[in-house]
Design a protein around this ligand. Structure first.
Ligand code: CU
Length: 153
């Protein structure tokens, strides 16, 4: 074996070990549970997060009403002004049954719409840029009460 190929083999091994270590770290997602109910409420208004961390979020619907009447989802969006937030929520309201706009460029993560007794779990990477990332339920008429902030810092 030449010295050069030995060196590149060493680098390759080092890269593999690093990749394994990185994926093991990424697999350790932090669990967050948020509940929603028949009174159109989330139990959390604020979720603290570290830039770039992986969150495994479970949305639970602790009510009894079906998703056609009292459906809830959890949608995380890019930082935006209150006016943009309202416009985004309005653009979701007509999009049954998913209640997400055709243009998903502002959507960072979302669960599906669930009804009473159901839950949905998603995994997502928190943005690397610190800031306030709004979340909401996009079921028609819910965002005024069902909203909060993922605080990344
Ligand atoms: Cu809702």
């Amino acid at each position: 074996m030449t010295r050069k190929s030995f060196l590149s083999l060493g680098l390759f091994t080092l890269a593999s070990v690093f990749a394994l270590a990185t994926s093991a770290f990424a697999a350790a997602a932090r669990e967050v549970t948020i509940t929603s109910n028949d009174a159109m409420q989330f139990n959390l208004k604020e979720i603290a997060a570290k830039p770039g961390e992986t969150i495994r979020l479970t949305l639970k619907h602790v009510g009894k009403l079906p998703k056609t009447a009292m459906g809830h989802n959890w949608v995380l969006v890019k930082p935006m002004t209150p006016a943009e937030f309202n416009a985004f929520a309005m653009s979701c309201a007509t999009k049954a049954p998913v209640y997400l706009p055709d243009d998903r460029s502002a959507v960072l993560a979302h669960t599906k719409i669930i009804g009473g007794g159901e839950s949905d779990t998603i995994e997502f990477t928190v943005p690397s840029a610190p800031g306030d990332y709004p979340f909401l339920c996009t079921f028609p008429g819910h965002y005024a009460m069902m909203k909060g902030v993922l605080k990344v810092k």
